[in-house]
Design a protein around this ligand. Structure first.
Ligand SMILES: Nc1ncnc2c1ncn2[C@@H]1O[C@H](COP(=O)(O)OP(=O)(O)OP(=O)(O)O)[C@@H](O)[C@H]1O
Length: 233
């Protein structure tokens, strides 16, 4: 079942076109890689799908309901409750420990302190970084930071995880480890993933690859189902 969809999405930054009519469906539990060369519109598409940016034309739907027409407040609530985001640099709060960072989305949602901390510790454990629970980001490795950021993105058990070049700042091995965790946990929770990457190696973790070129979906042969994707599950 389609969970999230873009229909003819157009977006420009002043005179610069970023998306020129993108249509894309993301099914429940599906991991979709959005790939393509630098500047083709990948991040802009992710931001439109996540309700961060409003398209100039076209529609974005969430479970069949248009969200691009919603107010900023309504889209912001949707992001807090149903979506999780992970960026290239985890964007952890420097003054907070790993556990405090991971607990933050729960505290903002009204969860009590003790319960939020327990949930945060559980996620840090699942991501093999429980040992840095009381450490601040500045004293963690890049891989540890990104795992904490992933824990923070998943702690609210979102229906969709948006990941924009989530391994872009990491070395190959560390990046693969973070991605392996991401895919495993998304599968366990049946979370859909929109994974923006320009690396074919990273895109290979997805069920399906959608390639953008100059703001449109490239339909010249890529973007096919991955026949062996199941092997990575
Ligand atoms: N805030 C902005 N202001 C002006 N132009 C922008 C802005 N963000 C993106 N663009 C332009 O929109 C186009 C699409 O950018 P976008 O970041 O979506 O592409 P991308 O495929 O994610 O690129 P990259 O892989 O380099 O991150 C590019 O021409 C870019 O220069």
């Amino acid at each position: 079942m389609t969970q999230l969809a873009a229909r003819g999405v157009v977006k420009a930054y002043g005179p610069t076109p970023a998306l020129r009519g993108v249509t894309l469906d993301v099914a429940e539990g599906e991991i979709v890689a959005v790939t393509g060369p630098s500047g083709c519109g990948k991040s802009t598409l992710l931001h439109c799908l996540a309700g961060i940016l409003r398209p100039d034309a076209g529609q974005v739907t969430w479970r069949g309901e248009r969200i691009d027409t919603w107010s900023e407040a309504a889209r912001s609530k949707l992001r807090r409750t149903e979506f999780g985001v992970l960026f290239q640099f985890g964007q952890l709060v420097a003054e907070l420990t790993a556990a405090e960072n991971v607990a933050l989305p729960l505290l903002l949602a009204g969860t009590g302190r003790r319960e939020a901390r327990a949930a945060a510790l559980g996620w840090l454990e699942r991501l093999d970084v429980a040992d840095v629970a009381d450490v601040r980001p500045g004293r963690m490795s890049g891989g540890q930071q990104q795992r904490c950021a992933l824990a923070r993105a998943l702690v609210t058990e979102p229906r969709v995880l948006f990941a924009d070049e989530p391994t872009g700042a990491l070395d190959t091995l560390t990046g693969e480890q973070v991605l392996t965790h991401l895919v495993r946990l998304a599968r366990q929770q049946h979370t859909s993933v929109v994974l923006v990457t320009h690396e074919p190696r990273i895109a290979a973790y997805a069920d399906r690859e959608v390639m953008l070129r100059d703001g449109v979906v490239d339909t010249t042969g890529l973007g096919l189902e991955r026949p062996f994707a199941g092997e990575r599950r």
